[in-house]
Design a protein around this ligand. Structure first.
Ligand code: FES
Length: 170
């Protein structure tokens, strides 16, 4: 939901690098609004999430209404409209993964990280989100942690994954 924010100047909200990358996307589409998802992804990639202020700036740059862009951002569930942890766990809870027991693995993650869906760990390392099919149903259950895909999950594999991340974080 967009709160009452005074419309800021696009150029002072978005960085020149973000504008440059958005311009590249704009060169591939007939209408500015056609670059909406890519523009949201560009900003998210740089900042981790898309704040109201950034959403308004992007909408202005693409000559769309903020409400229209908010609708796209909300529909596309990989655009984060709230701050997230350093890595986002996208945990598939669709049918193939569900049939392969993803619910048990979901509880395992919650137990290890002490968070539920929609929450971020205290150290801001992980945010845990359910997602529809990740397109790897033949290797269910699956999840992504950041950019990495983990397949054929079971409890010991999950323990190992998060032990490795803990060691990596030092
Ligand atoms: S149902 Fe989980 S990857 Fe397709």
């Amino acid at each position: 939901m967009i709160h009452n924010i005074i419309q800021s100047d696009t150029s002072s909200t978005l960085t020149s690098e973000e504008i440059h990358l958005i311009n590249i996307e704009l060169s591939h589409v007939p209408q500015k609004s056609g670059a909406a998802i890519d523009a949201l992804k560009i900003v998210q990639d740089k900042r981790g999430w898309v704040s109201d202020e950034c959403l308004i700036a992007i909408a202005k740059y693409l000559e769309m209404s903020s409400e229209e862009l908010e609708g796209i951002a909300t529909f596309y569930n990989l655009i984060f409209r709230r701050p997230v942890g350093e890595k986002v766990i996208l945990f598939c809870d669709s049918v193939s993964c569900w049939l392969c027991g993803c619910e048990k693995q979901k509880h395992k993650i919650s137990e290890i990280l002490k968070i539920d869906y929609g929450e971020t760990t205290k150290n801001k390392q992980f945010t845990f989100l359910p997602v529809p099919c990740l397109g790897a149903c033949d290797k269910a259950p699956v999840m992504m942690v950041g950019d990495e895909l983990f397949t054929n999950l079971d409890s010991s594999k999950i323990e190992q994954i998060f032990t490795d991340y803990e060691q990596e974080a030092g």
